[in-house]
Design a protein around this ligand. Structure first.
Ligand SMILES: [Cu+2]
Ligand SMILES: [Zn+2]
Length: 196
């Protein structure tokens, strides 16, 4: 009886060891997949996109659709708006994905992680990473704007480039590219958080 008991113990002990090592192997595989994903993200070769709606603010009727798409380290931004007053409107990335305030003030100021003055995108005097610029709304109040840059990324974690967690805001007026800190573009008529 004692012998049998010892043998049983030995067998079950071996079993447990085998299961443990199988589980170790599985865990190792998972860890490897994780690190491959991280490498892709660092290389920015992975295709990524984020799209969302813009909602009316400041008692306007302006609404829109925005898409950011990242391909080979470059991000393309595309927005289409309707319900605007005909004419020129400013559009920017602001610092917080919070459009909760009726006037959009909750989204904060222009996204400016590099502490530059407000300006025209690409200006040697400096510009905010959120200074997209102006676009035209036609007689029906519809407008479109697109731009592509390698100064942004989608979810790369680099605080100087990552647009996730910010907001897109359209203004009632025109960005003059010189007034500080935000180009004197007037009320915030449409707002959407850049959230996946
Ligand atoms: Cu703005
Ligand atoms: Zn600005």
């Amino acid at each position: 009886m004692l012998m049998a008991g010892t043998m049983l113990f030995a067998i079950s002990c071996n079993d447990t060891k085998k299961k443990d090592s199988e589980m170790d192997a599985e865990n190792t595989e998972e860890t490897m997949t994780d690190s491959e994903e991280t490498m892709d993200k660092k290389m920015n070769n992975e295709k990524k996109d984020v799209s969302f709606m813009l909602e009316s603010r400041s008692e306007s009727n302006a609404t829109g659709k925005v898409m950011f798409q990242q391909v080979n380290g470059k991000v393309t931004f595309e927005a289409s708006l309707s319900g605007l007053a005909p004419g020129t409107h400013a559009i920017h990335i602001h610092e917080k994905a919070d459009c909760s305030a009726a006037d959009g003030a909750s989204a904060g100021g222009h996204w400016n992680p590099t502490f530059q003055p407000h300006g025209k995108w690409g200006d040697s005097e400096g510009y905010h990473k959120g200074d997209i610029g102006n676009f035209e709304a036609d007689q029906d109040g519809n407008g479109r704007i697109t731009m592509t840059t390698d100064e942004w990324c989608i979810g790369c974690g680099d605080s100087n480039r990552d647009i996730l967690g910010k907001a897109v805001i359209v203004h009632q007026g025109t960005d003059d590219f010189t007034s500080q800190p935000s180009g004197a573009a007037g009320a915030r008529v449409s707002c959407g958080g850049i959230i996946q």
